[in-house]
Ligand binder design. Structure first.
Ligand SMILES: *[C@@H]1O[C@H](CO)[C@@H](O)[C@H](O)[C@H]1NC(C)=O
Ligand SMILES: *[C@@H]1O[C@H](CO)[C@@H](O)[C@H](O)[C@H]1NC(C)=O
Ligand SMILES: *[C@@H]1O[C@H](CO)[C@@H](O)[C@H](O)[C@H]1NC(C)=O
Length: 442
């Protein structure tokens, strides 16, 4: 009887221990497989890891769809204690910054769908062995020089920061990532990719869903990159100035650019339509490319068009003129700027020479004196010229003299009238009679 009781007690104790104080696999809190090396603790509603213990054998751990922040030392210690952990996913949590884990063995880190506003890796990652990182679907608006500094000795080969509204990437942001082979920056707001020149091992770059309006020149200068993806951008013109023309000239092999869902202007991309026919190997999705403009070709497949039959009307000459215009612009633009610059400097120099002491007050008073002198001189001279001018006007201006003659005629008539008036034969104004009669009475 006592023995039975003891055994019941032991069994209950065992159960209680396994359920309430064991690790997440022992108490069946999480989904565990492969001898507790693969552990999924997703959608648990966890806000922190208090009372949670992971089996020490875990290699892959997912904590997806929780409300973890990893902003406490104790929460981070739960992860740091897992000496075999290689693959960690904390997707769909509420991380505001990249947690400063001190666990050098993690190779795959996924922090998608959080609230990260920065891609800055804390210094605790300086000896990390990270190979793959995903920071997609966060709120990272820009990538800065210091963000990946602590990963300078890492083995990082793959980095994804998709769908994060990134509009600015510092040219040197990825300089430390010497082993990076694949970079994905899809669905951001990028217009240029200068940062590509600092990625010596990169072989694939994905820039789909950004705001590129033309193929960047980096396509021609990056010898190691084999796959460029520019799907769903705003590329409208690909002509002989595009970096693709270099691909067909030099013996480039295995290079590919994906271009589906761009807004091609087919009349301004005749060169590209020909390129697709002669060098289809460079554009694997060539059969999907369609025209967006002009209206007569909207929706037409580029590969089905024959540039020689296309009625682009005035677009053909205007296109070549436009191209020539661009070449001339590029050629003489800097020269014009230089001339303009020299002209401005000369003007400033002349101005300074002419008014050398604009900065002080004394010179201004000198100018004032000068002006008052000229003014008085001028006003003295004024009296004479005005009379002269009037005379000139009267003597030289035919209309003026004519008018004065007419005026004197009127006066004479009036005088005559007055004369008549004094005689009393003509009824007139008494003033006129008086005024005019006085000289006459003499
Ligand atoms: C980490 O592991 C050590 C020894 O294995 C243990 O004493 C400690 O409590 C653990 N810390 C956490 C936070 O789990
Ligand atoms: C281009 O490369 C191929 C093989 O890579 C080679 O056989 C061919 O001679 C090269 N052509 C030129 C013009 O370099
Ligand atoms: C192009 O865009 C449409 C609509 O956004 C989408 O359904 C299609 O899958 C895209 N095609 C490619 C090749 O990306």
């Amino acid at each position: 009887m006592i023995r039975e009781l003891i055994s019941v007690f032991l069994i209950t104790d065992l159960i209680i221990n396994r359920v309430f104080s064991g690790d997440v696999c022992a108490n069946k809190q999480c989904q565990c497989s492969d001898g507790d090396t693969l552990v999924h603790c997703d959608s648990k509603g966890w806000k922190n890891l208090d009372g949670i213990d992971f089996p020490s054998k875990v290699i892959t751990l997912t904590l997806i769809r929780n409300q973890l922040k990893f902003d406490t030392v104790t929460d981070r210690a739960k992860i740091e204690n897992l000496s075999l952990l290689i693959d960690l996913s904390i997707n769909q949590n509420i991380l505001g910054t990249i947690p400063p884990f001190n666990q050098a063995k993690i190779r795959f880190l996924s922090l998608q769908d959080n609230s990260l506003v920065s891609a800055e890796f804390p210094s605790s990652y300086s000896s990390s062995l990270l190979k793959t990182i995903s920071l997609s679907n966060n709120k990272i608006r820009s990538i800065n020089v210091e963000d990946f500094l602590s990963l300078r000795d890492s083995q990082l080969t793959k980095l994804s920061i998709d769908s994060s509204s990134i509009s600015k990437i510092d040219q040197n942001s990825f300089v430390q990532l010497k082993k990076l082979q694949a970079l994905s920056l899809k669905n951001n707001q990028l217009k240029s990719c200068e940062f590509l020149s600092n990625l010596p091992s990169l072989s694939s770059i994905k820039l789909d869903g950004n705001q590129f309006t033309s193929l960047p020149q980096q396509l021609a200068t990056q010898e190691k990159i084999k796959i460029f993806s520019f799907k769903h951008n705003l590329i409208s013109i690909i002509d002989e100035l595009s970096p693709l023309s270099r691909w067909s000239k030099i013996n480039t092999t295995n290079v590919q650019v994906f271009l589906a869902n761009n807004t091609f202007d087919c009349c301004l991309s005749l060169w590209f339509i020909r390129f697709l026919k002669t060098s289809p190997q460079f554009v694997p999705d060539a059969s999907l490319l369609t025209c967006a403009t002009p209206l007569s070709f909207k929706g037409k497949l580029l590969i089905k068009l024959n540039p020689d039959d296309m009625n682009c009307g005035s677009d053909i000459p205007s296109k070549s003129w436009w191209t020539i215009g661009r070449i001339i612009g590029i050629a003489i633009g800097p020269a014009c700027l230089l001339i303009l610059g020299v002209a401005m400097i000369t003007m400033v120099y002349i101005y300074n020479r002419r008014y050398p002491s604009r900065s002080g007050y004394i010179p201004i008073s000198e100018h004032d004196d000068l002006y008052s002198n000229t003014n008085s001189l001028f006003s003295e001279r004024l009296t004479i010229p005005i009379g002269e001018d009037d005379d000139q006007l009267l003597t030289h201006n035919g209309f003026g003299s004519g008018r004065s003659l007419a005026q004197s005629d009127v006066l004479t008539q009036a005088t005559t009238e007055g004369i008549y008036a004094t005689d009393g034969s003509v009824a007139g104004d008494s003033h006129i009679q008086e005024a005019v009669s006085i000289p006459r009475s003499d």
